[in-house]
Design a protein around this ligand. Structure first.
Ligand code: ZZB
Length: 261
């Protein structure tokens, strides 16, 4: 599987992250730390509203250069070590660990997002065996992201988050003949999905959203407005790679069950 890893620069750590980082004392004071969501949909990056991390995952911060550090799971870093992303091929330059729960409320700048800064929120649907364990939320085009956003806002107190961190914007990015210009909310209504726990319907909605967006979608936001998604996807991906805002991150095939956290 070939993802792109998006470099989302931390602009303000959550209070808990600040404590963990200063106690740990192994990041230089001038460090730029980037959280790295893995995505297959670069064309939707304009509509990013939040980053999701898992409560239960412990993340690593890895050294890329004297001042640049990436945040992802250990598993993702082990893969990155063999893709020329870190300085020494095959070695994992781990500097410190931080739990997902401590990252919640951190503000990041996400490349291409229409929002200036977006906030990190906790979810429990992230699979530790896929991607980087960090997910960027696009509620206009990802049904799961849309229902998760609604749930987090509705039950902010329960999840221990400030409702102001939940970005409720749904920006039209892709227009489709059948499902309009915000495909995820349309599908969520149509399939009567009420909660992030409706796994079966969400899987169906996800597949439909992928297919319809890719084959029938036209961009309605950004410099590629009017272009079919099939063409714009390649161009936006290339633009992100050329600007250095993203890099290619691949995962080997094979049973994920044989590899641990
Ligand atoms: C932004 C985005 C926008 C995504 C969209 C999807 C959609 P797949 O096809 O199953 O490989 N993702 C990445 N890592 C994880 C993880 N560890 N656990 C759970 N979800 C994860 O899924 C790849 C997509 O799943 C990635 O692309 C990421 O969300 C999420 F409009 O990034 B995506 C209809 C989907 N639309």
């Amino acid at each position: 599987q070939e993802y792109i890893g998006l470099r989302c620069k931390v602009v303000d750590w959550s209070a808990r992250a600040k404590t963990v980082i200063s106690t740990n004392n192994s990041l230089p004071s001038n460090a730029d730390v980037f959280m790295i969501p893995a995505t297959l949909r670069p064309e939707t990056m304009y509509g990013q509203t939040n980053l999701f991390v898992s409560y239960n995952i412990s993340y690593g911060i890895f050294k890329v250069s004297d001042t640049v550090f990436y945040l992802a799971t250990d598993r993702a870093a082990r893969n990155m070590a063999f893709q020329g992303i870190f300085p020494d091929w095959g070695s994992v330059p781990k500097v410190m660990e931080i739990k997902g729960v401590d990252l919640v409320g951190t503000a990041v700048r996400a490349p291409l997002s229409a929002r200036d800064v977006i906030y990190v929120l906790p979810v429990d649907t992230i699979k530790p065996t896929k991607g980087t364990g960090v997910v960027t939320s696009v509620p206009s085009d990802s049904p799961a992201d849309h229902v998760t956003t609604l749930e987090l806002f509705k039950k902010a107190a329960h999840y221990g988050i400030d409702p102001q961190w939940v970005c409720q914007d749904i920006l039209p990015i892709i227009d489709t003949p059948e499902y309009g210009n915000t495909i995820a909310p349309t599908l969520v209504k149509k399939l009567k999905i009420n909660s992030p726990k409706d796994e079966r319907q969400l899987a169906e909605a996800k597949e439909l959203a992928y297919k319809v967006g890719f084959y029938q979608g036209t961009m309605v936001y950004g410099p590629f407005t009017g272009m079919p998604v099939q063409e714009a996807k390649t161009q936006i991906r290339q633009q992100l790679l050329d600007s250095g805002d993203a890099f290619i991150y691949c995962e080997p095939d094979g049973p994920v069950t044989s590899r641990s956290g």
